[in-house]
Ligand binder design. Sequence first.
Ligand SMILES: Nc1nc2c(ncn2[C@@H]2O[C@H](COP(=O)(O)OP(=O)(O)OP(=O)(O)O)[C@@H](O)[C@H]2O)c(=O)[nH]1
Ligand SMILES: [Mg+2]
Length: 343
Amino acid sequence: MLFGQLVIGPPGSGKTTYCHGMQQYLSALGRRVAIVNLDPANNVLPYTPAVDVAELVCLDTVMEELQLGPNGGMLYCMEYLAANLDWLKEKLTPLEDSNTYLLIDCPGQVELFTQHTGFKQLLAALAGQQAGGWSYRLAAVHLIDAHLATDASKYISALLLSLSTMLHLELPHVNVLSKVDLVPQYGELAFSLEYYTQVQDLSYLLAAMGGGPFSARYRKLSAGLCELVEGYGLVGFTPLAVQDQASMKQLLALVDKANGAVYAKLDAPPVGAPAELLVGAAHSAADDELAANLQDRYIDAEGNEQLKAAGEAAAKGGLAGSSKAAVLPVSLMAGSVLERIPQ
Ligand SMILES: Nc1nc2c(ncn2[C@@H]2O[C@H](COP(=O)(O)OP(=O)(O)OP(=O)(O)O)[C@@H](O)[C@H]2O)c(=O)[nH]1
Ligand SMILES: [Mg+2]
């Protein structure tokens, strides 16, 4: 039986980097792991994938031959994959025999996770328990860029995205606030990191939204949206900085609980899991501790003035809020994950 992670999230939220870092982390722990690249737009990969969708369908060719733009082309590629599941099964079968842990690197188009039928068909095959399903035990790891937490209205929309993704995919789900080490460059957080990692009292966000005429007019709508998210009580985040071993360790522990890898010997069926396994919501004291540590280390740390100044300079140069602004090279970040693992 295969266990694994379906790594999803908006463009630039760090999916590919996370897969690379987690692959190295798991390998260093002695676990057998393979990456499945499902993003046909991933032209330059930092890792060597065990399965690469680009071998089946090429985004550039699709765009050229069908006269589609990049988004339409991507949806076509996913539908093509959903219509050719035999190809995928053939590639994954050798991994089944060796009980390899899967990291599935997905494209960043959010419509795939919130409304697309082809992607849902693909998941039905991968994680389906009924006849025709392959019964892989997958948890969705949903990365949301931490820069969204620097603005109350962006953060509300990130919460809504997480909620609708959880409802659409129907997989055990772990929500992650990624790239928290970059927060000092993005600007001040209205609240400490712990606030964002809990299923919060969202009314504080409304107070932080500012009082422009537009936001005043839509305040009631924002309050309604916050109430909706709170009502589900499921959307909490785990903080992640890929080069920080403690955050990788805690995230892995959460995901292993969500996909059932931790219970593997008990043969428990985690897919179609009850709400308590939607571990984005299963908030623990360890989450608070990790958030406090990351806050000290990356956000309140001495020397962050330089980073903030760099962030402000980038903002003046038009890079404000860009998830690609002033980031470390992938090789450096993933390397540092390894360096910190005790041998
Ligand atoms: N500092 C820092 N940078 C990160 C982290 N994770 C990712 N990045 C950087 O963020 C940028 C985008 O990362 P990717 O891994 O390409 O993001 P993605 O979600 O795969 O992007 P798409 O495939 O285009 O949707 C890269 O420049 C990474 O180096 C992190 O934890 N810390
Ligand atoms: Mg990627």
